[in-house]
Design a protein around this ligand. Structure first.
Ligand code: CA
Length: 461
């Protein structure tokens, strides 16, 4: 039931793992080019065991166990030991394995940690396994997905490959179609985002006491600020960072406007469950029970959401002053330990799970992700045998309007996390958004300056 939340918990928690590596004395030498380019298995008779650590909900677990089993059948000389970890334990476990120098052979990691992990000697350069490999054609994988895991020693996004996308996570907006139909409200246009005013207006029409007992039974929305503020900020022409990624720009009035709208949804427009109503049942659970009109949807939700007791579909997020919709495109990486004793086998597994036709088909059929292979993703989006109808919105986010999470662009996430750690008084209506962003910018800038300094030190070492 908690797939979405688990995924979120992982990315927010995993970011802190990077701190462990600060000052860690890894070298930056290229790994010896000893592996065969085909990423094939060891000579017959020599059975190699590798460990694979990942996390996810029960559906992810089932999907990965089955896919790993298939990998073992295709690679009879390899035995994979699966280390399944609860989402909220994953960051701690990975951190412990890094400090204890006992990193699993293959593991999930956050792209925001790429540079620190490479500088800290945690990740193996797997470029050679992606070249001239008869089983893998990485030109078929989302280019922006692969580029997330490239690093040339100075700049991320180019150079050697230190992992593959386990998936790309286009974070689309969803709506409860059945609720609209019952309320007699025209369905949202999948090709034309609402303006903010239109969005608030529809939310008000959806916020209802349906049984006349004086208590609300359904609400327009109930968004988590950590995951959906971006859509409002970006579509209003503001951002967390300037284009050089060295200046925190949250004190832009356009940024404040988006934060204020967010707070006003609860305090002024009253289209979300109140604080006490959210405490009795959170908005994710309320969405699942059909009490929420608009709620975000990621591809990782689809296995769970097939069982929802209502029909839902995808639309663009409402657009602020730019008139253009925006959201983020997340990702988790699958990397190979630099200290693995079986680099060929480990790289073969990582590539099987991220870029092979067979592996990807199994994971995609389990509805725990959007396929990483672009051709397969198009077929998946057009497949009308499962909900939602407009899965093409996921492709649009991926190809067109999805942006990386701000913290993945910087050396660590501390500056970014602070914004959300401190934000509650604004959401509670105790201070205005403009006051908040003005007081927060200098604190965030200080942390970003520190991160830039750490990166320079690590690179110049
Ligand atoms: Ca009622």
């Amino acid at each position: 039931m908690k797939t979405k939340k688990s995924w979120f918990a992982l990315i927010s928690l995993i970011i802190s793992v990077v701190l462990v590596l600060t000052g860690c004395g890894g070298d930056s030498k290229e790994p010896a080019a000893s592996g065969s380019a085909s990423g094939s298995t060891a000579p017959s008779g020599e059975k190699k065991e590798i460990t694979f650590m990942f996390r996810g909900g029960p559906d992810d677990q089932k999907a990965y166990e089955a896919t790993v089993k298939k990998f073992e059948a295709d690679h009879p000389n390899v035995k994979v030991k699966i280390i399944m970890t609860a989402a909220d334990q994953y960051a701690t476990k990975l951190k412990a394995s890094i400090t204890g120098k006992n990193v699993p052979d293959v593991f999930f990691y956050d792209p925001g940690d790429l540079k620190a992990y490479v500088n800290g000697g945690v990740l193996l350069d797997i470029t050679q396994y992606t070249e001239n490999n008869p089983k893998i054609d990485i030109s078929k994988v989302w280019k922006k997905g692969v580029d997330l895991y490239r690093y040339d020693g100075k700049v991320a996004g180019q150079g050697s490959i230190y992992g593959m996308p386990k998936d790309l996570g286009p974070f689309a907006m969803g709506y409860n179609k059945t609720m609209f139909e019952k309320a007699g409200i025209p369905l949202p246009d999948k090709d034309k985002p609402y303006t903010w005013d239109e969005f608030i207006n529809v939310n008000k029409q959806l916020t209802l006491d349906t049984n006349g007992d004086g208590k609300l039974d359904q609400w327009g929305t109930g968004l988590n600020v950590n995951w959906t503020l971006h859509a409002f900020v970006w579509s209003n022409g503001a951002d967390f960072l300037d284009p050089t990624q060295t200046k925190v720009t949250v004190d832009d009035p356009k940024f404040a406007e988006a934060v204020q709208l967010f707070a006003d949804m609860q305090n002024v427009h009253k289209v979300t469950p109140s604080i006490s109503e959210s405490q009795t049942l959170d908005t994710y659970q309320r969405w699942m029970q059909g009490q929420i009109g608009f709620f975000p949807v990621g591809p990782w939700d689809l296995s769970t959401y097939q069982k929802l007791p209502f029909d839902f579909d995808l639309i663009p997020y409402p657009a602020g002053s730019t008139g253009k919709t925006a959201t983020w495109l997340g990702s988790l990486g699958i990397g190979v330990s630099k200290n693995t004793k079986a680099p060929d086998e480990a790289a073969a597994l990582a590539l099987y799970l991220s870029a092979s036709e067979e592996g990807m088909q199994m994971l995609s059929d389990a509805k725990v992700q959007m396929p990483n292979l672009t051709d397969m993703a198009e077929k998946w989006a057009a497949d009308t045998s499962f909900k939602p109808a407009n899965k093409a919105e996921f492709l649009e986010v991926t190809n067109d309007y999805g942006r990386p999470m701000p913290a993945t662009l910087t050396y660590n996430a501390e500056w970014y996390n602070l914004f959300f750690t401190d934000i509650q008084p604004v959401l509670d209506g105790k201070i205005t958004a403009i006051e908040y962003v003005k007081q927060e910018q200098p604190k965030m800038q200080k942390l970003l300056d520190k991160a830039i300094e750490q990166e320079q030190k690590a690179v110049n070492k």
